[in-house]
Design a protein around this ligand. Structure first.
Ligand code: SF4
Length: 462
């Protein structure tokens, strides 16, 4: 792929050439793109594909893969994000081009660690499977020929002979369907080697840790939170990570630097002013082993720094879920991190029990944790604690969790209570484990992340 900061140099291809490039709506991504694209388009394509893969992950743990509900929701999303959605639409060059380029961008971003790779491959496989299954017999043949896969359909006789095995090995298939469908000797799973472009490395690094959503460094609710309300808010509207930090602070009158950074920036994001933050931390710390003088000399500086009033005067951004999940894991005596990622499952279970989460809900959360779907586990926790059936957003950030909860509690968002659906189509969390994936949301907060590295230095005092 070639990229430049200027506008894309090459005009879109026209006529037959377009058709030659993408003769089929489904791709095997054998060749990387060779055209020039602008960085803006590069980032937009990457973000849209991440959104799509996040939906694929969400649907994969909420609905039976291949069920009508799963398919219609996925199709809706594919159409919304303007990826090729219908095999028969011939003139969807733009969608096919976007599909092609965005796949390769994410391949570069997600090849960098085993966890990320597994997550990416899992979602891409699910997406491919859905799209492949949407093809009719002729198109399947055309596609296999196009990608040079000489997998022929098995004969009618072989199909009859293997009917029971085919039925048992294909989820969601009925006997009648076995007769209707073509089966192929097709097992290719591997993806070709990844080639990266070093000019894009910083962007790619951040894509895999990033998230799409509002910028919580901009304090919209500044001064609207009063310190007396924080205890109640921590129970009603804080995500589990922040509830845990708040409780530890109240219990121990102290938090180590990882906790102070994570929680301090979160509080700033929900609207605490600098003066409130100083008062809040001081009043708690002086109940413990830190006297007022030591607080003013040691800790107040770091809080002012946090608010951009010291040092480089950078306005620091509250941490996203991805940053919390992937970096700086807590050690003994720490309370920061994501409890769904970093707690022992037994301890997590006890904590959820103490918060009166129903047993079935705890089981569902632990299943999601086991499958490494940490943010989906957190969404489940939101659903159970806020008593909604559909949370109506895709969780990427602790401050987003807080904002959504507040919206619900203040009646700013309609509570969507759906009638319970039969187990067969909804929430079959335990029966269908799409393994080895973690929720990977996205952002382009590259600057803020880089700046945060400098902030660490100011929080070294335990
Ligand atoms: Fe906090 Fe995000 Fe983990 Fe939820 S998923 S507990 S908001 S870090």
């Amino acid at each position: 792929m070639e990229f430049s900061r200027e506008k894309r140099l090459k005009a879109r291809l026209a006529g037959d050439r377009r058709g030659d490039l993408y003769p089929h709506s489904l791709q095997f991504y054998l060749q990387p793109p060779t055209e020039n694209i602008s960085l803006a388009e590069f980032e937009n394509f990457a973000i849209d594909r991440l959104k799509l893969l996040k939906v694929v992950e969400n649907l994969g743990v909420s609905y039976v893969k291949g069920s009508d509900e799963y398919k219609s929701r996925l199709e809706r999303e594919i159409r919304k994000l303007k990826f090729p959605f219908k095999a028969l639409v011939e003139d969807d060059y733009d969608a096919r081009r976007k599909d092609h380029i965005s796949h390769f961008i994410l391949r570069l971003a997600y090849c960098q660690s085993e966890d990320l790779r597994r997550w990416f491959i899992q979602q891409e496989m699910d997406l491919f499977r859905y799209r492949f299954n949407e093809l009719n017999g002729d198109l399947v043949e055309k596609f296999l020929k196009y990608v040079n896969l000489s997998y022929g359909a098995i004969s009618k006789e072989v199909k009859e002979k293997l009917a029971v095995q085919l039925l048992n090995s294909t989820p969601g298939l009925s006997g009648a369907k076995v007769e209707e469908l073509e089966f192929y000797k097709l097992t290719a799973r591997s993806l070709p080697a990844v080639q990266s472009d070093e000019r894009l490395q910083p962007l790619l690094n951040h894509l895999s840790h990033s998230y799409v959503g509002p910028d919580y460094s901009i304090q919209k609710n500044i001064g609207k939170i009063s310190l007396e309300h924080i205890d109640a808010l921590s129970v009603k509207s804080f995500p589990l990570c922040m509830r845990q930090l708040h409780k530890a602070l109240r219990d121990n009158h102290h938090l180590r630097h990882g906790g102070r950074m994570q929680y301090g920036l979160f509080l700033k994001g929900i609207g605490l002013t600098l003066e409130q933050a100083l008062q809040f931390w001081k009043s708690e710390f002086i109940k413990g082993k830190v006297d007022a003088d030591k607080f003013d000399k040691g800790y107040a500086y770091s809080i002012r720094h946090n608010y951009g009033k010291e040092g480089k005067r950078t306005d620091y951004t509250p941490f996203s879920c991805m940053k919390i999940i992937l970096s700086n894991p807590p050690s003994q005596g720490d309370y920061h991190g994501c409890p769904f990622r970093h707690s022992d499952p037994e301890l997590l279970k006890q904590k959820l029990q103490s918060y009166k989460i129903p047993t079935t809900g705890i089981t569902q959360i632990l299943e999601l944790v086991k499958g490494m779907h940490y943010q989906l586990a957190c969404q489940k926790y939101f659903q159970l604690t806020q008593d909604v059936d559909d949370i109506g957003f895709s969780l990427n950030h602790p401050n987003q969790y807080f904002a959504e909860s507040q919206k619900l509690l203040s009646g700013g968002r309609e509570v969507k209570k759906e009638p319970s659906e039969p187990e067969s189509s909804q929430q079959k969390l335990s029966s269908q484990k799409s393994t080895n994936s973690c929720s990977i949301p996205i952002s382009s907060n590259t600057e803020a992340d880089t700046e945060l590295e400098g902030l660490d230095a100011y929080f070294t005092e335990d």
